[in-house]
Design a protein around this ligand. Structure first.
Ligand code: ASP
Length: 442
């Protein structure tokens, strides 16, 4: 969508407005259905049948093209940057930004959860009820597989010896898969792009042409998928609210509030400061230009699914060149997840409070470091961070089944933290572009 499309004729609503309407309609109908018919079998069948179907069609079309998109965008980004020194500079800036800003986000989260202590608000009765009501086994099994891998192998797995295997396991990993998923795919794309950049341009021109073709086709497919988004989003949110209503939020209200407040502080506090000083942009203009991306992130709960919208908006509305978005945003969609890191820190401390596990200062530092790593290693898919929450829980001796307590409210928190994850990537791209001397559209 271009700026011109913002001025819509009155009968044609912009896609992000339609998605917002879908969200509201889905939520209102869902809460009403839960109040009137909560728990009735026909409602459960309706949610598990047509409602589930529509939501999944949308998500599956997007996930179908995520790997081709990630691969073509990152390879082209690296190949088009060409100059290895420039690449090194951009890489170092992106990496430095990610480490510092992720640390800030986790510190905000840990500070608030320590002050409010939401874990002490949960009654023993609700705790047992929540543990019994959710299915946590698959998440714990995934974490177990990851735990079995030795640290040296975990590092080695970033270099894929079978990139196709990693591609196949990035989105919906087989329980026995212990590789590093998206990170390995990105490593492959990165190295492949370097290979192209260093080769004779005439020889590799056909491959570059093919990658550009894949990228263009994927963008068209995503456009089509986004036209389904308003309906799909209504279904996704209906499924959550009709099943749970408000009751689950009541017992976890303090925890949900702590996560949302911390996310809001980072979203509108930290990013405003960064946008102002690093990208030299007015934060209000920035947020208004990227609102379509924020709504897409909120409705899909997936940084990877939001990547195409993020790339388009960052190029068209902020004026960041494609080779920078191709590099920073693709890497960021997996490796720069501030919202996820913040949420991991809060969740682990919250569950420690629930189980009365007193964490020493040293253990809190472990949570801090592991949350930062989780922000770097989490796949940008719905619920991608949950297996990592289990790993961090276990590292500080909090029972892993605790994950069940928060699963009921995870969807809404996932939607919210994904907004941060994606906003952080765009902030990074704007900063890197500006540092490279690009004049942004402010
Ligand atoms: N859904 C998040 C994302 O895609 C990842 C997570 O925190 O679960 O960015």
């Amino acid at each position: 969508m271009t700026d011109a499309d913002d001025v819509q004729p009155s009968r044609k609503l912009a896609i992000h407005t339609k998605i917002l309407i879908g969200l509201l309609v889905g939520a209102i109908l869902g809460v009403t259905a839960n109040n009137l018919f909560g728990g009735e079998q026909w409602l459960i069948d309706f949610i598990d049948g047509p409602v589930y179907f529509v939501g999944q069609v949308f998500l599956r079309i997007i996930f179908m093209v995520v790997i081709p998109l990630l691969f073509s965008a990152l390879t082209l980004g690296v190949a088009e940057l060409g100059d290895i020194r420039k690449l090194g500079r951009i890489g170092a800036r992106t990496f430095g930004y990610t480490l510092i800003v992720t640390t800030i986000s986790v510190v905000i989260g840990l500070a608030i959860v320590n002050i409010v202590q939401p874990g002490h608000f949960l009654s023993e009765e609700s705790k047992q009820e929540l543990i019994a009501s959710t299915d946590k086994d698959k998440i714990i099994a995934n974490a177990e597989t990851a735990k079995k891998t030795k640290t040296v192998d975990k590092i080695l797995q970033i270099i894929p010896n079978n990139p196709i295997g990693d591609m196949a396991n990035s989105i919906n990993p087989h329980p026995a898969y212990a590789g590093s998923g998206f990170i390995a795919v990105m490593f492959f794309a990165f190295i492949f792009g370097l290979g192209l950049a260093m080769s004779d341009p005439d020889t590799v021109a056909p491959i570059i042409g093919v990658l550009k073709g894949i990228y263009a086709a994927v963008m068209k497919i995503i456009d089509f998928a986004m036209s389904l988004a308003p309906y799909a989003v209504a279904c996704l949110i209906f499924a959550t609210t009709a099943r749970l209503g408000f009751s689950v939020f009541k017992s976890l209200a303090a925890y949900v509030a702590v996560v949302l407040v911390a996310l809001a502080i980072h979203q509108f506090g930290t990013y405003s400061v960064l946008v102002y000083f690093l990208a030299k942009m007015n934060p209000i203009t920035f947020f208004s230009k990227i609102r379509e991306v924020m709504i897409t992130a909120f409705s899909t709960s997936s940084s990877n699914a939001t990547l195409p919208t993020a790339m388009r908006v960052t190029e068209e509305k902020l004026g960041v060149p494609r080779e920078i978005t191709g590099f920073v945003l693709t890497l960021g969609s997996t490796a720069n997840q501030n919202g996820t890191a913040l949420y991991e820190g809060i969740t682990v401390l919250f569950l420690a409070q629930v189980f009365n596990v007193d964490l020493t200062f040293g253990q809190q530092i472990t949570v801090l470091l592991m949350s930062i790593l989780a922000g770097i290693g989490t796949a940008g898919v719905p619920g991608g961070s949950l297996p990592l929450v289990v790993l961090v829980l276990q590292s500080v001796n909090v029972p892993a089944e605790g994950i069940a307590i928060i699963l009921g409210v995870d969807r809404i928190l996932d939607m919210s933290r994904t907004v941060l994850n994606v906003t952080g990537d765009i902030t990074a791209a704007a900063y890197v572009a500006r540092a490279e001397g690009v004049v942004l559209k402010t």
